[in-house]
Write a protein that binds this ligand. Structure first.
Ligand code: MTE
Ligand code: MO
Length: 528
């Protein structure tokens, strides 16, 4: 019992000390974040998909809790081990340090110093465990005076803590308390330092004023938002915008020190741009709907924002890049983020005239940290994993043959245009509306093709054409509504959309891997 407690305290020490060192190195290098990141990198697509689906954005919290629980179990085991074999126990703690260090240094963006938090944390923890284990070993020399053997375990003849003899309990408790308190102090100080660093970057973001765009977004037609209760608003507020990424610690980039490098195959004039360089260029503002390939039929990973940024095609053309159709040698743009993500986007689509942006703003403010501050890519019509690199810092022109980006190495498709989809937002599943007219409403999207028609049917009957909201553009979703004359009973509502190429959404259900889910969204309701 005491041995396990000693192990736990040593584990706690390791984490707290590592937190303090991470404040000096960088928050991402902390052991839990590093091991978590390494786990994410190695998660098979099916599991990642399961995590995104079941825990949503909480998947990261679940992962971190899982790591902590495992660590606690191991720490207790190591504590028990240390009781018997002091040196081996301390050495076992160092093994954890090595795991954390390798995980931190081995991340795609890992730097050698990233190994420090885990390494230092483990060293200190090994020392603490060694000392605590020493307090637990039977006291040699004369047995303690009768008055000092003070508890039940020894009183009934059972040695304390299994086969352990009498030990200096008071000494252990004092040492353990001191170790725990010192660790907590170090941990709190580490957190404090990290928080004040973050506060500095946040304040700097708050001070940024985005210039007015040279090309403002076309006005959203009044009828684009049907204003129906339960229906997603046309523009998704930043705080409600879905977030999907592999970052356990959201990168906080200093915009003043940020640079973007454009180089590679067919780049005759490589460039490096600063944030001010971007703000000084012609800014374009557009409403664009972003969608995640991991979105299930009917799922939440889709949203529309008003993005402001620089046209990527213009920057590429200035750098001398030509699309493959004009004889350019590169067919893939590989975007790299500060957190080591790589995202491969076809050059042809980026340069075909669509509003592919290096975005600096989202819904009237600088990009939120969660959504890629200071700069990210947004390309209408392509799923986020092949187009929407957040925290971008490098654009390399290459070929699809020469390089597979992060998700492609993990079984997702090289190219992934967004599939035509529609979703019923209201009524909600298992809602119980009253008989009579019930508005069935939702959104449909087929970015860069546009939505031409949406149809709804009840219980597999005839399709009814829904009323479409005014079209804001081909790159955004479109709301729709159908007034359902609902009758009492259990009913299944289904929806399908047709895009402007005339293609109707297939009813064939496929999962999200490798290039996006298909099938019709259905909702079951009980009219009473
Ligand atoms: N650096 C980085 N950029 C990234 C990702 C990521 O994991 N890391 N995920 C991509 C995916 S899969 C999607 S769907 C979009 C989501 O953007 P959002 O979180 O702003 O909605 O970001 C893309 N850009
Ligand atoms: Mo995604």
């Amino acid at each position: 019992m005491f041995a396990a407690l000693g192990g736990l305290i040593a584990g706690f020490t390791a984490l707290c000390v590592a937190e303090l060192v991470a404040a000096a190195v960088r928050p991402e290098a902390g052991p839990v974040a590093a091991v978590g990141g390494a786990v994410i990198d190695r998660t098979p697509p099916a599991v990642k998909d399961f995590a995104v689906r079941n825990f949503g954005t909480d998947d990261k919290l679940v992962l971190q809790l899982g790591i902590l629980v495992l660590l606690a179990v191991f720490a207790m085991a190591v504590g028990v081990l240390a009781l018997r074999y002091r040196w081996t126990g301390a050495a076992a703690v160092l093994v954890f340090g090595v795991v954390g260090s390798v995980a931190a240094g081995g991340r795609p963006e890992g730097r050698p110093t990233d190994a420090l938090p885990s390494a230092v944390g483990a060293l200190v923890a090994a020392g603490v465990l060694y000392l605590l284990a020493g307090r637990l070993s039977p006291v040699t020399g004369p047995p303690p005076a009768a008055g000092e053997t003070d508890d039940e375990e020894t009183a009934d003849g059972e040695p304390a803590d299994g086969e352990q003899g009498a030990f200096d309990r008071r000494g252990f408790v004092i040492a353990a308390t001191a170790a725990a308190a010192a660790s907590a102090g170090a941990g709190l100080l580490g957190r404090r330092l990290q928080a004040s660093q973050l506060a500095g970057v946040s304040a700097a973001r708050g001070d940024i004023t985005l210039p007015a765009p040279a090309s403002p977004a076309p006005a959203i037609p009044g009828g684009a938002d049907l204003g129906i209760r339960g229906l997603s608003s046309f523009t998704t507020p930043n705080k409600d915008f879905y977030r999907v990424d592999t970052a356990l610690v959201v990168p906080r980039v200093d915009a003043d020190r940020w640079r973007l490098r454009i180089h590679g195959k067919g780049v005759s004039r490589p460039v490096t741009l600063s944030f001010q360089d971007l703000l000084g260029r012609e800014l374009v503002e557009r409403d664009i709907t972003l969608t995640c390939v991991s979105n299930q039929v009917g799922g939440p990973y889709v949203g529309t924002a008003r993005w402001i940024g620089v046209r990527l095609a213009t920057l590429l053309a200035e750098a001398g890049v030509k699309p493959p159709s004009k004889g350019g040698p590169a067919d893939q743009i590989v975007a790299r983020s500060v957190d080591g993500m790589t995202i491969g986007t076809p050059v042809e689509e980026v340069m075909d005239g669509r509003d592919a942006l290096l975005a600096v703003g989202m819904n009237g403010e600088p990009l939120p940290f969660d959504h890629g501050f200071p700069v990210r890519m947004v390309v209408p019509g392509l799923y986020g994993y092949v187009s929407a690199c957040k925290w971008i810092q490098e654009i390399e022109l290459t070929t699809f043959d020469a390089y597979d980006a992060y998700w492609v190495k993990r079984d997702w498709s090289r190219e992934a245009p967004i599939k035509t989809q529609s979703r019923i937002d209201t009524p909600r599943p298992f809602a119980a509306p009253k008989p009579g007219t019930v508005p069935v409403a939702g959104v449909a999207w087929a970015q860069h093709r546009g939505i031409a028609r949406v149809e709804v049917r009840v219980d597999g009957g005839e399709w009814h054409t829904a009323r479409l909201a005014a079209e804001a553009g081909r790159d955004t979703w479109r709301q729709w509504v159908w007034e359902w004359p609902a009758t009492t009973g259990h009913h299944t509502l289904e929806v399908r959309a047709t895009d402007r190429t005339g293609a109707t959404q297939t009813d064939k259900r496929v999962g999200t891997v490798p290039d996006g889910a298909t099938g019709w969204h259905s909702v079951v309701v009980d009219v009473t």
